[in-house]
Design a protein around this ligand. Structure first.
Ligand code: UDX
Length: 469
C-alpha cells in the first residue's frame, strides 16, 4: 500500500532538447513553460552554444547543459543550413545521450519518472538516442505542417524527376506540384550549396528517426491555417500530430512572470520602439528582417537598401552581423556596412538595427507591413499581429511558407524573383499605399482573429498524450 502511494506521488518529467537556433529555441522554451504550467516536471537539456538563461524562465524549470564540442562549420555564417544541421547532429549525439542517461539515473533515484523527451524535429541523432535509452519521444517541428510534409516527400520527388530544381527547364518551375497545391516546382525545399543527394540523405535520417522512435509530432501551427496539411501529415505518418500553436500567444506566465520575457540569442535594440512611437502615423512603417540565419550577397543587400531608399516609405531594417555572404564582407561580429550614401539619402526616414524586439515591433501600431524571409516563427508572429507580408524566402522551408502567405492565405506578395532596386521600390510602395496592399491588410486582420481564437485545447491534448505514455 505504502509502495502504491509512493507510486502515485511520482512526478512525471518531460525532458526537452532543441538545436541552438533562435527559431528553434523560441518555440521549444515556450513549450517547456507551458508544460510546466500544466503541472509537469520539466528539464531542458541544452547546448553550451546559445545556452538559455535560466533567470529568464520559470523557477521550476531545470536547465542542464550537455557540454558539446562544436566544429566551426556548425556555427559559421559561411555554412549553409544543411551543413549546420549535420554538424550539430553529429556533435550533439554522444553528449545528449550521456546527459539523458545521467538524468535517467538521477531521476530514478529521486523517484521522478521521465514521461518522454520532446526533441527538436531536425535532430535525428537525439531522437534516436532517446529511443535507444527507452524514453518515449515526441518530435517538435518548428516549421509548418506543409513544409514538414514536403520535406518528407523530397526523396520521392527526386525519384519522380522534380529535383534537382536546377536541372528543370525554366517553364517547368511554375508548374503546380501534384499533391502539394498551392506549391509549384520552384517552391520545393532547397538549400544553396548542397546537392540533392545530401538533402535526401538528411531527410532520410530525419524520416527514419521519426518512423522508428517517435510517438507523436508537436507542431507550432494551428488548424485554421493548416487543417488539411495536418490531417494529411497524420495519416501519412500514422502518428498523432498536436497543433499547439501559435505557441507565443499562449500564456504560461501565471505566477512566473519572467517566462513571458523572450530570450534572444542577440541583444535587441529597444531604441527602435521609441523611434516607432515618434511621429509615425499608424501602418506607415515597413519592418524588414530576414530572421536569424539567412544571408544574402552584397549585390542583393545593396539592391534591398536602394529599393527601400527609392520607395520613399519609412522603414525599420534589421541588419544582423553575419548576414552578408562572401569572404571579408562580414566578420559575423559587426553588421556589414551600408552602401555609401544610403544613410544620407534615408536620414529621418529609416532606422537600421542589429537585432529588434520583433514581436513588440510587429505589435506596434505604426507597422504596416513586414518584409520577411518567411521563417515560420516570423510568419506566425506577423499573422498574429495582422501584419501583411512582402516575402523574400531564402532557403529550406521558407519557399513553402512564402507560397502559403501569398497564395493560400492571401496576406502577402513577392518582393520579386530577382531582387532589383526598381522592383523592390515598386513592391514596397504597392504593399504600403496600393490597393493590393489594402486588400492584404484586410485579410491579415481576419487571419489575426483566427489566430487569436486558437486556444490551448491542443496543448491539453498533448499533455493527456504525454501522461498516457
Ligand atoms: C529558420 C527557419 O526558416 C524556420 O522556419 C525554422 O523552423 C527555424 O529556423 P529563422 O531564420 O530563425 O528560421 O527565422 P524564424 O523562424 O522566423 O525565427 C526567428 C526568430 O527570431 C523569431 O521568433 C523572431 O521574432 C526573432 N527575431 C528575429 C527577433 O527577435 N529579432 C530580430 O531582429 C529578428
Amino acid at each position: 500500500m505504502a509502495g502504491q502511494e509512493q507510486q502515485h506521488q511520482r512526478r512525471r518529467v518531460v525532458v526537452l532538447f532543441s538545436l541552438p537556433f533562435q527559431g528553434h529555441l523560441n518555440p521549444m522554451l515556450k513549450l517547456a513553460s507551458l508544460l510546466h504550467t500544466r503541472g509537469l516536471g520539466v528539464t531542458v537539456l541544452h547546448t553550451d552554444f546559445n545556452a538559455p538563461d535560466p533567470a529568464r524562465h520559470p523557477a521550476g524549470l531545470a536547465f542542464v547543459p550537455i557540454h558539446e564540442t562544436l566544429p566551426g562549420e556548425a556555427t559559421s555564417p559561411d555554412s549553409n543550413i544543411l551543413t549546420k544541421l549535420l554538424a550539430l547532429n553529429a556533435a550533439c549525439d554522444a553528449p545528449f545521450r550521456h546527459a539523458l542517461a545521467s538524468l535517467l539515473r538521477a531521476r530514478h533515484r529521486d523517484d521522478d519518472d521521465v514521461a518522454c523527451a520532446v526533441v527538436d524535429g531536425q535532430c535525428f541523432a537525439a531522437m534516436r538516442a532517446a529511443g535507444e535509452l527507452g524514453v518515449p519521444v515526441l518530435a517538435l517541428r518548428t516549421d509548418s505542417a506543409a513544409a514538414f510534409r514536403k520535406m518528407l516527400a523530397i526523396p520521392r520527388l527526386r525519384d519522380a524527376g522534380y529535383i534537382p530544381i536546377k536541372g528543370n527547364k525554366k517553364e517547368k518551375l511554375d508548374e503546380p506540384m501534384p499533391e502539394f497545391e498551392p506549391l509549384r516546382v520552384r517552391d520545393l525545399i532547397r538549400v544553396e550549396g548542397s546537392d540533392t543527394d545530401e538533402i535526401c540523405s538528411f531527410v532520410a535520417s530525419v524520416a527514419d528517426a521519426v518512423r522508428a522512435t517517435v510517438s507523436g509530432i508537436v507542431l507550432n501551427t494551428f488548424e485554421a491555417v493548416e487543417a488539411s496539411e495536418l490531417s494529411k501529415l497524420q495519416s501519412e505518418l500514422s502518428l498523432p500530430a498536436f497543433a499547439v500553436g501559435p505557441l507565443h500567444l499562449l500564456s504560461s506566465s501565471s505566477s512566473q512572470a519572467p517566462a513571458e520575457a523572450e530570450q534572444s540569442v542577440h541583444e535587441p535594440d529597444r531604441g527602435c520602439l521609441p523611434w516607432l512611437d515618434d511621429g509615425h502615423p499608424p501602418r506607415s512603417v515597413i519592418y524588414v528582417s530576414l530572421g536569424s540565419l539567412a544571408c544574402v550577397d552584397r549585390v542583393v543587400f545593396d539592391e534591398m537598401a536602394w529599393g527601400l531608399a527609392r520607395s520613399g516609405v519609412p522603414f525599420l531594417w534589421v541588419v544582423r552581423p553575419g548576414s552578408i555572404t562572401g569572404v571579408g564582407e562580414d566578420d559575423g561580429e559587426a553588421p556589414p556596412p551600408l552602401p555609401e550614401g544610403f544613410e544620407e539619402e534615408t536620414r529621418g526616414r529609416g532606422r537600421v538595427v542589429k537585432w529588434a524586439p520583433q514581436r513588440e515591433v510587429l505589435a506596434h501600431a505604426s507597422i504596416g507591413a513586414f518584409w520577411t524571409h518567411c521563417g515560420w516563427n516570423s510568419t506566425l508572429e506577423s499573422v498574429c499581429e495582422g501584419v501583411p507580408m512582402l516575402v523574400q524566402p531564402c532557403f529550406g522551408d521558407q519557399m513553402v511558407t512564402a507560397r502559403y502567405v501569398t497564395h493560400e492565405w492571401g496576406v502577402g506578395m513577392e518582393v520579386g524573383e530577382v531582387i532589383e532596386r526598381g522592383r523592390v521600390a515598386e513592391a514596397v510602395a504597392k504593399m504600403m499605399v496600393g490597393e493590393d496592399g489594402a486588400l492584404m491588410k484586410e485579410r491579415a486582420r481576419h487571419l489575426k482573429m483566427e489566430a487569436s481564437a486558437a486556444t490551448g485545447s491542443a496543448m491539453d491534448g498533448l499533455v493527456r498524450h504525454i501522461l498516457s505514455l
